[in-house]
Design a protein around this ligand. Structure first.
Ligand code: MN3
Length: 201
């Protein structure tokens, strides 16, 4: 089974003005598609892995042949990280705070949503180079903020990512250029907290 590019749950211009249409289009159709293409190519000659899900592949990379292991980590990670990123966004709202179970879980682990926001933002702004910041759920349900370089997925460490922000320049450069802080600040307006909650539960 080859992996396919998932459809976005909204249109390319739906996240405007937070993320512009052209960035969304290129990011999805070119960047994400290219990770999938390279992942499929690497797995082509190893038919024994063809029925594994992306979570299974990334959860057991030590079982992969050495000649494709790093390719699967990079491009499988690229695939799964972007798939989550698209899903946890939706059209912008000014007052976009979490509610219900996800809010309770955030308050339990970070004291308040405001504290969580400060910590998540700090991690995003202090990432050196390209990578991601995730909110992950560990075994037992506690939440942690994780900063990863490149396309390294939390699945590699057995953690379940439930929220992700892409901090590669391709995610924001057309609109924000070097202003990563502004992109991160605006990201809070497009988080789909209902989806984040769904991944948590
Ligand atoms: Mn990206």
């Amino acid at each position: 089974m080859a992996f396919n590019l998932p459809k976005l749950p909204y249109d390319y211009d739906s996240l405007e003005p937070v993320i512009d249409k052209e960035t969304m289009f290129l990011h999805h159709q070119k960047h994400h598609a290219s990770y999938i293409e390279k992942l499929n190519l690497a797995l082509e000659k190893y038919t024994e892995f063809k029925d594994l899900s992306i979570n299974e592949l990334l959860g057991k990379t030590q079982n992969l042949p050495e000649d494709i292991r790093q390719t699967v980590i990079n491009n499988g990670g690229g695939h799964v990280n972007h798939s989550l990123f698209w899903e946890v966004m939706r059209p912008p709202r000014e007052d976009n705070n979490p509610k219900g179970e996800i809010l309770k879980a955030i308050e339990k682990n970070f004291k308040s949503f405001q504290d969580f926001k400060v910590q998540f933002t700090d991690k995003a702004l202090s990432l050196f180079g390209s990578g991601w910041v995730f909110l992950v759920a560990e075994e037992g349900g506690s939440l942690k903020i994780k900063r990863h370089s490149f396309q390294n997925s939390p699945l590699l460490l057995g953690m379940k990512p439930i929220l992700a922000i892409d901090l590669w320049e391709h995610a924001y450069y057309l609109k924000y250029q070097n202003r990563r802080a502004e992109y991160v600040e605006n990201f809070w307006k497009v988080i789909n907290w209902k989806k984040v909650e769904k991944y948590l539960l």
